[in-house]
Write a protein that binds this ligand. Structure first.
Ligand code: RIB
Length: 334
């Protein structure tokens, strides 16, 4: 059986060039690539991926664990991951934890059994069993979007900035009674956004009532249930900051059923800027997270980690931006 060395000699290139052509891990000039492909055909060479992966202990495959692939925000992160994997010559295997920490741990064990070179984890955050397993097994790990341990690289957006941007925008429109529907309190995006909201309200000298802060779970239904609670208050807020677009869409549905109009009766701002935010009625004002960039950068950081396992852990924080559409309006001072 022909060897990779014989292919390289016949093609007049190095063994690593043959490897890059086979794994598509780096650019190879068309002429060199043609010579390699010709040599492979003439020698009837078959690259034994399993054998090479056993020798190099690399499978050129990374594991990706999402908390819930039904949320378009994570689907956009996955698009970024897929693009970066394709250009850097990696495959990936994805698991969906469906917000269940036990399923998250189970999928992590499956990924490790497949000998993935490293893992990108968007944690359910519900417990840290998965993080303990990764630390114990010493498999390169990059956390995305949600923090959980100091013993890994992490990439997320500036959630406190996002909470400040959303709240400041509503205050500049004249709103004083502003409610906030946040995600699960054990997730860093939730806790940081609520801090941004509270700090901005405080700096504007505006009171925050306990009944204006409602904890959701980042799904539509929790937004719908939150607005049922707010509608029972003796004095309705004039604006609502929902800490993700899916909950904002649930709020929109609840307000519509109650015969209330957005933004005429209540202004509403979301978070993430998923595609549906541009097509809701009214179109949703929101805070845009650079989700595809998050995914691409996560792959780059993991590949760097694989090349240099001893490098110090690093944290990347990406900015978020206010996207104004039609769901918020100016109101007179009240
Ligand atoms: O929409 C899901 C939310 O959970 C997003 O805001 C994201 O930051 C994730 O943490």
């Amino acid at each position: 059986m022909a060897t990779i060395r014989e292919v390289a000699e016949l093609a007049g290139v190095s063994i690593s060039t043959v490897s890059h052509v086979i794994n598509e891990t780096r650019y190879v000039s068309p002429s060199a690539k043609a010579r390699v492909m010709d040599a492979i055909q003439r020698l009837n060479y078959h690259h034994n991926r399993l054998a090479s992966s056993l020798r190099n202990q690399k499978t050129h495959t990374i594991g990706v664990l999402l908390p819930n692939n039904a949320n378009p925000f994570f689907a956009k992160i996955l698009t970024g991951i897929e693009t970066a994997c394709y250009t850097s010559g990696y495959n990936f295997i994805m698991g969906n934890a469906n917000d269940d920490p036990e399923r998250e741990l189970s999928y992590l064990r499956v990924l490790l059994s497949k000998q993935v070179d490293g893992v990108l984890l968007i944690s359910t955050g519900a417990d840290d069993a998965a993080l303990h397993l990764m630390t114990e097994r010493k498999v390169p790990l990059v956390l995305v979007d949600r923090a959980g341990t100091e013993q890994a690289d992490i990439i997320h957006t500036d959630n406190r900035q996002g909470g400040q941007l959303a709240t400041d925008y509503l205050i500049r429109l004249g709103h004083r009674r502003i409610a906030c529907i946040t995600g699960p309190s054990f997730l860093t995006p939730s806790s940081e956004r609520i801090i941004g909201y509270e700090q901005t309200m405080q700096e504007a000298g505006l009171p925050v009532r306990d009944e204006w802060i409602i904890t959701g779970d980042f799904h539509q239904e929790s937004g719908y249930q939150a607005i049922q609670q707010l509608l029972k208050l003796d004095e309705l807020p004039t604006a609502i900051f929902a800490c993700n677009d899916l909950m904002a869409l649930g709020v929109l549905c609840g307000l519509h059923e109650a015969g209330l109009s957005v933004p005429d009766d209540i202004s509403l701002i979301g978070y993430d800027d998923i595609q549906m935010a541009s097509y809701s009625v009214p179109r949703l004002t929101t805070i845009r997270q650079p989700s595809e960039e998050l995914g691409q950068l996560a792959v780059e950081r993991l590949v760097e980690r694989l090349d240099n396992p001893q490098a110090p852990f690093q944290q990347d924080v990406l900015s978020v931006h206010l996207i104004t559409r039609q769901s918020c309006r100016l109101i007179a001072e009240n």
